[in-house]
Design a protein around this ligand. Structure first.
Ligand code: GLY
Ligand code: MN
Ligand code: MN
Length: 435
């Protein structure tokens, strides 16, 4: 079947070639070799860790699983992809998808545990490369100025990339619907995970990040990483943060559900969190400072804490005394692309570091929004004993309704996360358009 995305992908690749030519020219390189990477061996064992190829390799090919492969970009010459596909009776060599890039680029298949020979007067090599390999190539390894410039080239997505992100969202939502259904039938975390994978047509090693499937209090563990085999007796809540990868591009979606044993306040908090998420999505536009939008999230959380009677002080006081941060310690969102936490979120367009404000150290996106960026918006509210304990003991603790916190504790937390593409005069919610 012809690849319907090929025209868009060709334009994406043309733009990449132009961008690379500019960057390499400005920095005085006549070529760059990008290594896909390879999986690590477990120490003292013959088994490998899971693997995901380097983001800049995926930016051209969308291939997250090609190991020991290389991409050679030289301005004025056809870009070449050296695909490691050795004859092997233990494993099936990779076969390339029917996608536009396989025609656009020159593809050479063979054995590439060692890099291809490259003629260049000043070559850079980027990726997870050891000293010997860089020396044998006579190349500069991971030059910081080059990496910063290439990372910046991933910040504004092409039309092709947004189409891939949209498709990743569409597929992920099959999983989210199945997860919710499994929860309704009383499934365990493991069974919810299996339902998610089946419905979204993914094996576990292919998901863009470890699916977070938290029943009850596990929803308070921000990156909860286990799948309990048994369903809990009381079913207060489910939090599912799970995505899909399409041609390299990641969906990152979170949904929270009240269970049959949920307190009415918890169900009401989920509804309100959805409103907050919508309000924050509506505020996205080029020129908006994401740090300010993150602070806006904290204002809205302050109002929610007051209106739900979790806090008796004013919303402003809840914000200023750090109460909202104890209930939501993560950032409002991040850039999204071939990496779920995509690169350059804490860099200015000119390449200066933009660290997060000290009171919001987890914020991964600190720059001004621009047309072409794709971001997540993921407000949340959690009952995390490790953060609420010190809050209770500190000066702000007297404003918190601890008996209500105690009742909500078994519900874990709430997060609602959508993926949004920002254009010059509009935003496109890639998640809601498929929900
Ligand atoms: N799934 C990780 C995150 O939401 O950033
Ligand atoms: Mn997420
Ligand atoms: Mn996220």
């Amino acid at each position: 079947m012809p690849d319907a995305l090929a025209p868009l992908q060709n334009r994406h690749l043309e733009a990449l070639e132009r961008r690379y030519a500019e960057v390499l020219g400005a920095l005085g390189y006549d070529g760059v070799l990008i290594y896909s990477g390879h999986p690590a061996l477990h120490f003292g064992d013959d088994q490998h860790a899971s693997f995901c190829s380097y983001g800049h390799f995926q930016h051209w090919t969308g291939q997250a699983g090609l190991t020991h492969s290389w991409l050679l970009v030289r301005p004025g010459q056809r870009t070449t992809c050296f695909v490691h596909a050795p004859d092997d009776f233990w494993h099936l060599p990779p076969s390339l998808p029917d996608e536009g890039w396989t025609e656009y680029l020159e593809v050479i298949s063979g054995r590439f545990e060692t890099p291809p020979a490259v003629k260049a007067s000043r070559l850079a090599v980027i990726g997870d490369i050891d000293d010997d390999t860089a020396r044998a190539l006579g190349a500069e390894r991971n030059p910081p100025a080059l990496l910063i410039a290439l990372d910046e080239g991933r910040v504004r997505k092409s039309e092709y990339e947004i189409a891939c992100l949209s498709e990743a969202n569409r597929m992920a939502l099959y999983g989210h619907r199945a997860a919710q259904q499994a929860f309704l039938t009383g499934a365990s975390e493991l069974d919810i995970q299996l339902a998610y994978l089946k419905a979204s047509r993914q094996r576990e090693s292919d998901v863009p990040y470890g699916n977070i499937i938290g029943l009850g209090a596990h929803g308070a563990v921000l990156h909860y990483q286990h799948y309990a085999n048994e369903a809990p007796v009381s079913r207060h809540s489910l939090l599912v943060d799970a995505g899909h990868r399409y041609r390299g591009y990641c969906a990152d979606i979170t949904r929270s559900w009240p269970g049959p044993d949920a307190a009415p306040t918890f169900a009401a908090l989920i509804t309100r969190m959805n409103d907050i998420k919508q309000q924050l999505v509506a505020a996205l536009a080029p020129g908006v400072e994401f740090v300010a939008l993150h602070e806006r999230m904290h204002q809205l959380l302050g109002e929610l804490l007051v209106e739900s009677e979790l806090v008796s002080a004013s919303a402003e006081a809840a914000l200023e005394s750090g109460i909202t941060r104890a209930f939501c310690p993560h950032g409002l969102g991040h850039l999204l692309g071939v990496q779920v936490h995509d690169v350059a979120g804490r860099m200015s367009r000119e390449g200066t570091a933009l660290p997060p404000p000290p009171e919001h150290p987890a914020l991964r996106l600190t720059r001004e929004l621009e047309a072409g960026m794709t971001v997540t918006i993921e407000p949340g509210l959690y009952f995390i004993p490790m953060l609420l304990g010190p809050l209770e003991a500190g000066p702000a603790g007297s404003a918190v309704n601890w008996p209500l916190v105690e009742r909500l504790m078994p519900h874990g937390g709430i997060r609602i996360e959508d993926n949004v593409a920002i254009a010059t005069n509009s935003v496109r919610n890639l998640t809601l358009e498929h929900e």
